[in-house]
Design a protein around this ligand. Structure first.
Ligand SMILES: Cc1cc2nc3c(=O)[nH]c(=O)nc-3n(C[C@H](O)[C@H](O)[C@H](O)COP(=O)(O)O)c2cc1C
Length: 193
């Protein structure tokens, strides 16, 4: 079986989701495991994808970043309601290269870049003014120059070991196509709904 056999079917669904899912088709829920074994979940945007995995960007010092530093396992879910489709992916993350993170960072609007400098993501803050002051401080600091990528802001690539494409059908007879990588070898199975 070819390398990453799940990817071509995923990419076809992605194209259809971009065309037909009107609200945030790139919203992806990701579940991590904290150091004490408890799960936690949040939404991120799936920014890049390829046969080598699914990439999202975040603060590496955030709760999710700390969890991934301790345990690189990640489960992800995309739900395209308009298409009655769900994609599940499970595996481990690897950090993207600094070059890749820089390239994505450069595409972000300046306001988002300043916001990233201003937000100690996942930390408790006294009030919203903390963020507004942080944006002002960053704007002054980088006045007249490009905003550099903060050291604690980068991307992770989920390298899947299991991918499931779920298509809703009538009478609950949904289709679940699943790709599993075992001992380095992919196999495809069909799961009961
Ligand atoms: C639609 C949507 C997209 C989001 N995209 C991102 C994202 O790409 N990166 C990110 O760090 N947080 C994103 N967030 C915020 C996260 O859900 C979360 O609140 C934040 O990353 C902190 O999570 P943590 O404390 O578990 O680390 C998004 C939230 C929503 C609702």
């Amino acid at each position: 079986m070819a390398e990453a056999p799940w990817y071509a079917p995923f990419a076809a669904w992605w194209a259809e989701a971009e065309a037909h899912e009107p609200r945030v088709p790139d919203a992806m829920q990701i579940a991590t495991v904290d150091a004490d074994g408890s799960p936690s979940l949040r939404t991120v945007l799936l920014k890049e994808h390829g046969p080598d995995g699914l990439v999202f960007y975040t603060h590496t010092t955030s709760r999710k970043g700390r969890a991934l530093a301790a345990d690189s396992r990640l489960a992800a879910c995309l739900h395209w309601k308009s298409l009655e489709r769900q994609v599940l992916a499970e595996g481990r993350v690897v950090p993207v290269t600094a070059t890749q993170a820089d390239a994505y960072w450069a595409t972000r609007p300046r306001g988002s870049q300043l916001g990233a400098w201003a937000s100690p993501q996942s930390e408790e803050i006294a009030d919203r003014q903390v963020l507004l002051d942080g944006v002002d401080a960053a704007a002054r600091r980088f006045d007249g120059q490009e905003v550099p990528r903060p050291a604690g802001w980068s991307g992770f690539r989920l390298v899947p070991e299991r991918v499931e494409l779920w298509q809703g059908h009538a009478d609950r007879l949904h289709e679940r196509r699943c790709w599993l990588r075992e001992d380095g070898v992919w196999r495809q199975v069909l799961l009961a709904p």
